[in-house]
Design a binder for this molecule. Structure first.
Ligand SMILES: NC(=O)c1ccc[n+]([C@@H]2O[C@H](COP(=O)([O-])OP(=O)(O)OC[C@H]3O[C@@H](n4cnc5c(N)ncnc54)[C@H](O)[C@@H]3O)[C@@H](O)[C@H]2O)c1
Length: 281
């Protein structure tokens, strides 16, 4: 029956809409608690994916639609700790019936802009561990299940700093360059096993990291000499007389969803800038 016989109350038709992009599929998102990872999580859920979100920070469920809560599982942990990436994958499989269709590696941290003459071993290790080792360990953990089913999509969130030497410190720059290498290696190695692996290269995005960069000048702990050389390059992306990044996390998330979708079925091993041409400088 199309209409209620007594239309004096709100009628909710039974929902029969199925979104072929995500219905019945499972995605793992690292760094899901804020910024780009949160946007990706919200967008995947809106496309009916089940999502296992991993983050070192607490997750605010108020940022998800109530109707999506049943398809979301959050696991809190420091992904740089041994065994935590593997735990995340195990927990996702336990929560959502074993399959893993998609991995989105978003979790990452900024460095303090320091250069080769000032980088401390602590900052180098932490940035490389978070931005490079964690994504590789996550890929290592999901690949057996993707290979088994002969399908899977991996997206690594790199940065303009993955191809430029002029927008961040040495640790962040090296970690994101490394992530591109890992992306290409996985794309080529598993191309005949139904697995695609691509990277996105966001420019300055309006998130906590983006705001840190935009307002970094004079901050404690930052290398002022190195930052003075990076700042003019960042200014090229900001609007005149405004240092706020102009690209939103949702815009990055939409690009990621495109790469996840079948519309990108032949796209494998690419590094796709999301930067309004900043990367061509
Ligand atoms: N914002 C930008 O301007 C920008 C530009 C280019 C690339 N990126 C990349 O985008 C990704 C997301 O950054 P964002 O801007 O959304 O920043 P964000 O700080 O809002 O999000 C990063 C998330 O990763 C989590 N995380 C950090 N270390 C972790 C760890 N050890 N274990 C588990 N979770 C951890 C944080 O808790 C946070 O929720 C990062 O990889 C970053 O390098 C950001």
């Amino acid at each position: 029956m199309l209409y209620t016989p007594t239309p004096d109350s709100l009628y909710h038709p039974p929902s029969t809409h199925i979104d072929p992009l995500g219905y019945g599929k499972v995605a793992i998102v690292t760094g899901c608690a804020s910024g780009i990872g949160l946007s990706v999580t919200q967008l995947l859920l809106s496309h009916q994916f089940s999502v296992c979100g991993l983050d070192i920070s607490e997750f605010d469920y108020n940022l998800l639609r109530v109707e999506d809560h049943g398809r979301f599982h959050f696991h809190r942990g420091d992904l740089t700790e041994p065994g935590v990436p593997e735990d995340g994958v195990r927990i996702s499989r336990q929560s959502f019936g074993g399959r893993i269709d998609v991995l989105i590696n978003v979790a990452g941290i900024l460095d303090n802009f320091s250069s080769a003459d000032g980088i401390t071993p602590e900052i180098w290790s932490k940035v490389l561990a978070t931005n490079l080792t964690v994504p590789v360990m996550m890929m290592r953990s999901v690949l057996p299940y993707m290979k088994e089913r002969k399908e899977g999509v991996i997206i690594n969130v790199a940065s303009t700093a993955a191809t430029s030497g002029a927008v961040a410190g040495i640790a962040y720059t090296a970690s994101k360059h490394g992530l591109l290498g890992a992306t290409k290696n996985v794309a080529w190695r598993f191309r005949n096993e139904g697995i695609r692996c691509n990277a996105v290269l966001p420019g300055a995005i309006d998130t906590s990291i983006g705001k840190t960069i935009a307002t970094a000048s004079g901050k404690n702990g930052l290398d002022p000499e190195a930052y003075a050389l990076v700042e003019p390059v960042h200014a090229l992306q900001a609007l005149p007389s405004d240092s706020t990044p102009t690209i939103t996390p949702l815009e990055v998330a939409k690009t990621i969803i495109f790469l996840v979708s079948d519309q990108a079925r032949t796209i494998n091993g690419v590094s796709l800038p999301v930067d309004k041409a900043w990367g061509v400088v």
